[in-house]
Design a binder for this molecule. Structure first.
Ligand code: ZN
Ligand code: ZN
Length: 345
């Protein structure tokens, strides 16, 4: 089969590799769509301790089940399935508690398990038994279903931030995830969603989403503008959806008393530590937390939300590339020229 193989830092080769062979407990998916995630690009540039090259990366996946092992009961050939990223081991204390994204082993598709930038994907028994693999609702195509993975991460983030009726939510970063999160916050009851963004192209692209206030961070004073929009009180929830230390530092300055700050976007390895005025947290009695990945329930919920049309996946897809042009797909994401970019192997 054709696969994009991550062979080393700054080296991905599209080439012919062995098509995986199904065991009694695994199944084989013909991948139709695999969306590019910012983390794929970070792996390409910096590597990741959980990814041992050569490995096929990519974890926002949709395709067709083409073969199942003799003991697999949950799926059959012909099933259209979406596959997410985080795979619970099913046995550690966190997985037993239902928070498999906090799993002690932290398996993921496109990390320890081969990912979706290939014609075929072997789905491990752990994924079939505990992981994020769900049938695609009939009214979604493969590209749309692949979007369920990043949407699931947004659901996890906003659930942990306890976004609720009447909240004002600030999101720093208007990339695909920031914009998706903005629309999700509205569905969860936010009365006003404010999104701030530095890049002009991104800001323009963000205009089509259900966002109440867009702040051009290079032209306006972010803090002052948020305070104006919140009657001087700050936001109930502030989420960083940009991988920058500055975004994290800014987030703390606009949170309301008893508000929640979600450090959603991770920082590149080796980033300087965040320096913050902890008295803000002390006096405002606010909460600071993180979130990463999602659990299978949220991946299923994301598919249902997309199927309902409350969030329109098509609105977030800007480009498609064949597998042979995966580097162009990466470049499109990295240069911020697109929103979600899909590779179709
Ligand atoms: Zn992702
Ligand atoms: Zn576990």
């Amino acid at each position: 089969m054709q696969a994009a193989v991550f062979e080393d830092i700054e080296k991905i080769a599209v080439k012919e590799v062995e098509t995986p062979i199904v065991s009694d407990d695994s199944l084989l998916v013909r991948v139709r769509s695999c969306a590019v995630c910012g983390s794929d690009i970070r792996i390409y540039h910096y590597g990741n301790p959980r990814v041992k090259p050569p490995q096929i990366i990519g974890h926002e996946i949709a395709g067709d089940v083409v073969e199942v092992g003799s003991r697999v009961r949950r799926f059959k050939p012909g099933d259209r399935v979406a596959v997410g990223a985080d795979v619970p081991c099913g046995e550690c204390a966190f997985c037993r508690d239902g928070i498999g994204n906090n799993c002690a082993i932290n398996y993921a598709m496109g990390y320890q398990f081969p990912g979706g930038f290939a014609e075929y994907l072997l789905v491990d028994p752990l994924v079939i038994n505990y992981g994020p693999i769900h049938r695609i609702p009939d009214n979604l195509d493969y590209d749309e279903a692949a979007i369920a993975e990043p949407l699931a991460c947004c659901i996890n983030g906003l659930e942990l931030s306890r976004v609720s009726l009447g909240d004002i939510v600030v999101i720093i970063g208007a990339g695909p995830v920031g914009c998706m999160m903005a629309e999700l916050a509205k569905i969860m009851g936010a009365r006003k969603v404010i999104v701030s963004q530095r890049s002009k192209t991104r800001l323009e692209m963000a205009r089509k989403y259900n966002i109440d206030v867009l702040i051009s961070a290079t032209e306006e004073d972010f803090k002052q503008r948020v305070m104006e929009e919140t009657d001087g009180q700050g936001a109930d929830v502030v989420v960083t959806a940009a991988s920058s230390l500055e975004a994290q530092a800014q987030a703390i300055t606009v949170v309301k008393n008893r508000g929640r700050i979600n450090l959603f976007a991770g920082l590149p390895r080796g980033s300087a530590p965040l320096v913050l005025d902890s008295n803000i947290i002390h006096y405002r009695e606010c909460y600071m937390h993180g979130s990463h990945g999602s659990v299978p329930r949220q991946h299923r919920m994301a598919l249902e939300l997309l199927s309902s049309g409350r969030i329109k996946a098509k609105n977030f897809i800007s480009h498609n590339f064949p597998l042979s042009q995966i580097m162009d797909a990466f470049e499109t994401v990295e240069s911020r020229q697109g929103m979600k970019v899909i590779v179709n192997p």
